[in-house]
Unconditional design. Structure first.
Length: 254
């Protein structure tokens, strides 16, 4: 917890206190106006909303699509299920930076450069393999008898997934959601490559606005970092029990 405490102290200091005093010293007069400066002059309000929008949209889309794919691979019998699983697992071995130029060219042809959809689709695609891998271990432990009973009662495959299987996988879904959330929230490379205007930028890129050629407002940067960390901390504390359950789920069969 101390690094977080130190970051809060850092966000309340002036530039003189940051460089002329011990980095572990308390601020002489806490400068709460650093947060006001970050939120107003630094356009952090817009960046914060964009971060929330991209993160939530990509997490929801990833969890739904990955759950559908995992259900099809583990619960349905078809010839290409192992091949499809292998293709998704290969996606985990593709370096992010090797895809920047092809993706930029692809989105440029679709007129999606400087558009939120480019970010949401990219996050979803890169998070799918890991999400499917985590879901697989849990799906293999689910009892098939429940689904077989639903089929006997006349339940369609869509109702089986959305009303029976999906609710039973909430613990592991919470785990994958928080993992995807952390990645999406802290991502920098794709935002910096595909987004040009300030109107669509996120917090990770917006912090650069406080770094000038001749002067840098370090207190405002610290305040921005505190603001950017809070949502992830809150989500982690709320979902911490579910995360532990999801990680432990599937470890032992029977």
């Amino acid at each position: 917890m101390y690094p977080l405490f130190w970051l809060v102290l850092f966000s309340l200091k002036t530039n003189r206190e940051v460089f002329n005093e011990s980095p572990f010293a308390f601020p002489q007069e806490p400068r709460w106006e650093n947060y006001v400066t970050a939120w107003t002059q630094g356009n952090i309000g817009v960046y914060f909303f964009n971060s929330v929008w991209y993160t939530v949209a990509a997490v929801v889309l990833t969890v739904i699509l990955a759950s559908l794919v995992t259900f099809a691979i583990t619960r349905m019998v078809w010839k290409l299920n192992k091949l499809v699983l292998g293709l998704f697992m290969i996606g985990m071995m593709i370096p992010v930076h090797s895809t920047l130029i092809p993706l930029f060219s692809f989105f440029l042809r679709l007129n999606l450069i400087d558009h939120p959809l480019a970010i949401i689709l990219t996050y979803t695609a890169f998070n799918m393999p890991l999400t499917i891998m985590i879901l697989l271990g849990f799906y293999y432990t689910l009892p098939r008898e429940i689904e077989e009973a639903a089929v006997i009662d006349g339940c369609s495959i869509h109702r089986i997934f959305f009303q029976i299987t999906l609710p039973m996988t909430l613990p592991v879904i919470s785990t994958t959601a928080i993992i995807n959330m952390i990645y999406n929230w802290n991502e920098f490379v794709f935002i910096n490559t595909f987004i040009r205007s300030d109107h669509f930028r996120t917090l990770t890129v917006g912090i650069q606005s406080f770094i000038g050629q001749y002067a840098t407002d370090w207190g405002a940067i610290g305040a921005t970092l505190v603001i950017s960390i809070l949502p992830i901390l809150i989500a982690f504390f709320i979902l911490s029990n579910k995360i532990v359950e999801g990680i432990a789920a599937g470890a032992v069969k029977g």
